[in-house]
Design a protein around this ligand. Structure first.
Ligand code: UDP
Ligand code: MG
Length: 309
């Protein structure tokens, strides 16, 4: 029986991987519980895979999972969670930003009967002010529109007990926006604060492009309000159209021939813009439906390393 599973998604984290593993292992040994460490390489190309193979071949508490390409952080988390066997499952970043020293507090909370412990960053986040502003804007909008509430400083640094993990895995969607899904399943959740450390080495593996697609998953998978907004916009513009038509017809019968270029341009551009916007919104949902319907797996495992004990 394994008590604690710790899952680390790894995308090119080779320079500090050994150090992280050593620190994590030392910390887990102090807890005097049985544990497993699941290292999930999400298509790393910098030698992380080889390191993972070495670590796993020397330590039977380590499982190395090598995905066949870069499927994204959320998919890597899913791969680790599906592999895990522990009564408590902890996910954390592999760049030292989530301090291993917080693990005992998380476990204490779980021992006190909490099902899910969400770690929430305090203090300044890393990654520049633009990234922060974008993130604040996203969570505000999301919390206003969506069916789940997510704290703006939430991270994928969290503990779930087996009951919560089973519920989480029972959600079958392919588009895994973990923090939204975790919020959706409910259970007894608490938030604990932690101070994020700076990234140990290398750059963020979340460039703006990945952040946008992450935000898109959160937004469109957890709210259908954008569709309604498109509908309301349609009603509003139609109403304005009717009013303007009445004006135009009156002018016609009064014999006023208006030059009309400006008004025509405005109407054309406005209508065109709103139609494209609405189509785009519908398109987002159709693309997501298409993705779900294809029913492809969330990730593919290429290699798995585990020392036979
Ligand atoms: N990560 C991943 N696949 C990706 C991007 C990131 O597995 O496509 C991992 C990465 O190795 C790290 C965690 O997800 O362990 C969080 O990424 P990062 O620290 O770069 O994000 P940030 O903290 O800058 O938001
Ligand atoms: Mg990080």
């Amino acid at each position: 029986m394994i008590e604690i599973s710790v899952i680390l998604p790894i995308f090119n984290e080779a320079p500090h991987l050994n150090e992280l593993y050593t620190e994590l292992r030392a910390h887990l040994l102090e807890l005097k519980s049985s544990f497993e460490i699941i290292l999930v390489s999400d298509g790393s190309t910098d030698g992380s895979n080889e390191l993972i193979r070495q670590i796993a071949s020397n330590d039977d508490s380590v499982i190395g999972v090598i995905l066949s390409r870069n499927f994204g952080h959320q998919a890597a988390l899913m791969a680790g969670i599906e592999k895990s066997q522990g009564g408590y499952v902890i996910t954390m970043d592999a760049d030292f930003q989530h301090p291993v020293s917080e693990i005992h507090r998380m476990i204490q909370a779980a021992n006190d009967g909490v099902d899910i412990v969400n770690m929430v960053r305090v203090g300044k986040a890393q990654g520049g002010s633009f990234k922060q502003l974008a993130s604040i804007f996203f969570y505000r909008t999301m919390n206003r529109m969506g069916e789940v509430k997510i704290e703006a400083a939430a991270a994928d640094f969290r503990l779930m007990n087996r009951k919560a993990v089973d519920a989480f895995l029972s959600l079958k969607e392919k588009d895994r926006f973990t923090r939204g899904l975790v919020s959706w399943i409910g259970f007894n959740q608490i938030s604990l604060e932690y101070i994020a450390a700076p990234r140990k080495s290398g750059n963020t593996k979340y460039p703006f492009r990945k952040m946008l697609s992450f935000a898109g998953s959160g937004f469109f998978s957890f709210s259908s309000k954008p569709l309604r907004i498109a509908f309301y916009l349609g009603i509003l513009i139609s109403l304005l159209g009717v009013i303007y038509s009445i004006y135009a017809i009156t002018q016609y019968f009064l014999g006023n021939t208006i030059p009309g270029w400006t008004s025509l341009m405005i109407v054309m551009l406005l209508l065109g813009g709103i139609q494209l916007l609405s189509l785009g919104i519908i398109g987002e949902y159709i693309a997501r439906i298409f993705n779900e319907v294809k029913n492809r797996p969330v990730y593919h495992v290429q290699d798995e390393y585990q020392k036979d004990s």
